[in-house]
Design a protein around this ligand. Structure first.
Ligand code: CA
Length: 227
């Protein structure tokens, strides 16, 4: 059972989130201020933290920073609850390592969808220690290493994740929207253009040299990786 820590000082909202997560089969821990939240994260080791931005004691950004800095808690996924107008907070939060955010006021359905998506991404990341080898290409996910003809290829994090997402699809076509969601996250999928995917695919193909041609464009839809 996945465990979720809620750090939210508005008791009604906290209770509402708690109730709905439990109904979905998650186990929950509830705290109402920053310091208690940080302590509970270290003690309970949840899979995910739902973190309000405005909190007494320590604000959400500071809580996020502390969780990501500590080895014991750095692997925990974080969804931030932000104000609708808090563009800067969202950006800072995501830069600090939050995995997603939900703007207040939010619907229960939206929050649950994000919780599910973030937990899925995290478990995908954790289970990936496999080595993929095909033709002149070798991808070692545990080392974030790509070799073409035994020569290491320098990829950005996003390029690496794109390549891995395509290879994982085992020859199936993945839509550009699907790639945005898989690689950039559901938040970005709403704000970024699918063109972002195209631009990254272009540089990825170039860097993969002789293997680049295996990323096939499926017109007006997405991409697939020739296995
Ligand atoms: Ca608050």
């Amino acid at each position: 059972m996945k465990k979720i820590l809620i750090i939210e000082d508005e008791k009604d909202i906290a209770r509402m989130i708690d109730y709905n997560l439990k109904k979905e089969g998650y186990s929950t821990v509830l705290t109402h201020d920053g310091p208690a939240g940080v302590a509970a994260a270290a003690r309970e080791r949840p899979d995910l933290v739902i973190l309000d931005l405005m909190l007494p004691g320590l604000d959400g950004l500071e809580v996020c920073r502390r969780l990501k800095k500590d080895d014991k808690t750095s692997g925990i996924a974080i969804i931030m609850l932000t104000a609708k107008s808090g563009e800067t907070d969202r950006v800072v939060g995501l830069e600090m390592g939050a995995d997603d955010y939900v703007a207040k006021p939010f619907s229960v359905r939206e929050l649950l969808a994000r919780v599910k998506a973030v937990l899925r991404r995290v478990s995908d990341k954790n289970e990936e220690r496999e080595i993929y080898r095909s033709g002149d290409l070798l991808i070692d996910s545990s080392k974030v290493l790509v070799l073409v003809k035994n020569r290491p290829i320098e990829l950005t994090a996003k390029e690496f994740e794109l390549l891995r997402a395509l290879v994982k699809a085992k020859g199936r076509v993945v839509s550009r929207e699907g790639l945005l969601d898989l690689v950039w996250g559901i938040d970005a999928a709403l704000e970024l253009q699918t063109r972002t995917v195209d631009v990254h695919i272009m540089t990825l193909r170039k860097k993969l040299k002789s293997e680049g041609g295996r990323i096939v464009t499926v017109k007006n839809y997405g991409y697939r990786f020739e296995t």
